[in-house]
Design a protein around this ligand. Structure first.
Ligand code: PLP
Length: 431
């Protein structure tokens, strides 16, 4: 039963980001597609994609079979050996990157992908500082957590050389802007002034999520990422785009950067690359940076870098996504279901301050009133979450926002059902 599983978990598992005494996670017994069920037989529409990673949904038979086959052939092998499946996975990934990206360094997840991208940037530039933005998340390890621009950085500030800037976010503009153009131009001006005043010769990298995810799904205004690219190039700084959450279908593109006129120097990924069936992440490396390590030793490695089970799951997931039109589905669901559906709710609820997103990557900002835009409090968000779960929808809620992030395989009917549940839960919470 749910109670037995929860009791067993609570007695011995130490959980992430939690006060252990009050931990109470919903037990999940199984899942298929966009649905999961608990041990008491209650079903839920998974509109969280867990931590925004099950882009192929749960239980994709081809990915499961590929993992099983690889386990039977060669379950594990050290990174120093050449491995056929690993090479295949790397090729499928570089095929989705812009021209001139031909190497992949595999990691265990997204945090260590950013960790190693930062390391590469520091090694090739001989510089130290890393600029990232407030309102961002880059992972929970040394440099990645300090690059993160939310509260989780503060108790973990042991890495050195990190500074943060504000990025474009018109709804809560730090630049007194009233249009996307103003917000973009001022954010770029401010970034360049920070670079100049910090000393360009000290700055190794600018690290940005292509679309900041956990921090609020803020789509970059037209020209912003291209503008950052120009600044990075002008001052010899390595530009890293973090595609861990936004990449591989989430934003209705293979990589979120495909929708913007920008080519970074390094791209980090994890989550959607294999829908998280086996832990994996990595850095897609542009040729000049890859070649910098042709003669020079790259001082980094991981026991499980390019693990065969992860590689097999990537090959199967990438193949299934292409064959089944999963990326196109995500784009269409965003354009015809989630976008219009959520905007229609915004017309009816005073509590919805803004709806923004693309693909299967949407944020709904909940506010006390339209004028002040004051975020609703934690108790209100707690009530909303309970109302959603009671109606059979697993939500992803952060601060005052409901993130509507179903799997990229979600059907039009499921999207409609999810919007109807959100409607009912909003009514129960706010009316
Ligand atoms: N980067 C982004 C944009 C993320 O959303 C996350 C996780 O949510 C990470 C990095 C860290 O990934 P992981 O938890 O796999 O280390």
């Amino acid at each position: 039963s749910n109670t037995e599983v929860l009791t067993g978990d609570r007695s011995s598992v130490f959980h992430s980001w939690s006060a252990q005494g009050s931990f109470s996670g919903l037990p999940i017994a199984g899942g298929q597609g966009s649905t999961v069920w608990d041990f008491d037989g209650k079903r839920y529409l998974d509109f969280s994609s867990q931590l925004v990673f099950t882009n192929l949904g749960h239980g994709h038979p081809k990915v499961v079979a590929a993992i099983q086959e690889q386990a039977a052939t060669l379950a594990t092998i050290a990174p120093a050996h050449a491995n056929e499946t690993r090479g295949h996975a790397a090729r499928l990934i570089t095929e989705r990157a812009p021209e001139g990206f031909n190497k992949v360094f595999f990691t265990n997840g997204g945090a260590d992908a950013n960790e190693n991208a930062i390391r590469m940037a520091r090694l090739v530039t001989g510089r130290d500082k890393v600029i990232s933005r407030y309102r961002s998340y880059h992972g929970n390890t040394g440099a990645s957590i300090v690059a993160t621009g939310d509260w989780r950085r503060i108790p973990n500030e042991y890495a050195r050389g990190h500074l943060h800037v504000f990025g474009p976010y018109l709804y809560r503009s730090e630049f007194w802007a009233t249009t996307e153009e103003e917000e973009c131009a001022r954010a770029l001006h401010y970034l360049e002034r920070v670079v100049q005043l910090e000393g360009p010769e000290t700055i190794a990298a600018i690290l940005l999520e292509t679309i900041p995810g956990t921090a609020g799904i803020m789509l970059p205004p037209a020209g912003y990422l291209a503008g950052v690219r120009e600044i990075a190039t002008r001052y010899g700084i390595v530009f890293i785009l973090d595609e861990v959450m936004a990449g591989f279908g989430r934003a209705g593109q293979w990589l979120a950067l495909d929708a913007y006129d920008v080519v970074p120097d390094l791209i980090t990924f994890a989550k959607g690359v294999n829908s998280g069936y086996v832990p994996v992440g990595g850095v897609i490396i542009s040729d000049p940076i890859a070649h910098a390590f042709d003669e020079r030793v790259f001082p980094g490695g991981l026991t499980y870098s390019g693990h065969p089970l992860a590689a097999a799951s990537i090959v199967a997931a990438q193949t299934a996504m292409a064959e089944e039109g999963v990326v196109e589905n995500a784009a269409a669901i965003g354009a015809y279901q989630l976008g219009p559906g959520l905007r229609a709710l915004a017309d009816r609820y005073e509590a919805i301050g803004e709806v923004r997103g693309v693909g299967v990557f949407w944020a709904v900002e909940l506010v006390t009133d339209q004028e002040s835009r004051t975020p609703v409090d934690d108790a209100t968000m707690g009530r909303l979450k309970s109302e959603l779960v009671a109606r059979g929808l697993l939500p992803f809620a952060v601060a005052n926002r409901l993130h509507v992030v179903p799997p990229a395989v979600v059907t039009a009917e499921e999207a409609e059902e999810g919007i109807a549940i959100i409607d009912a839960a909003l009514a129960a919470t706010f009316c």
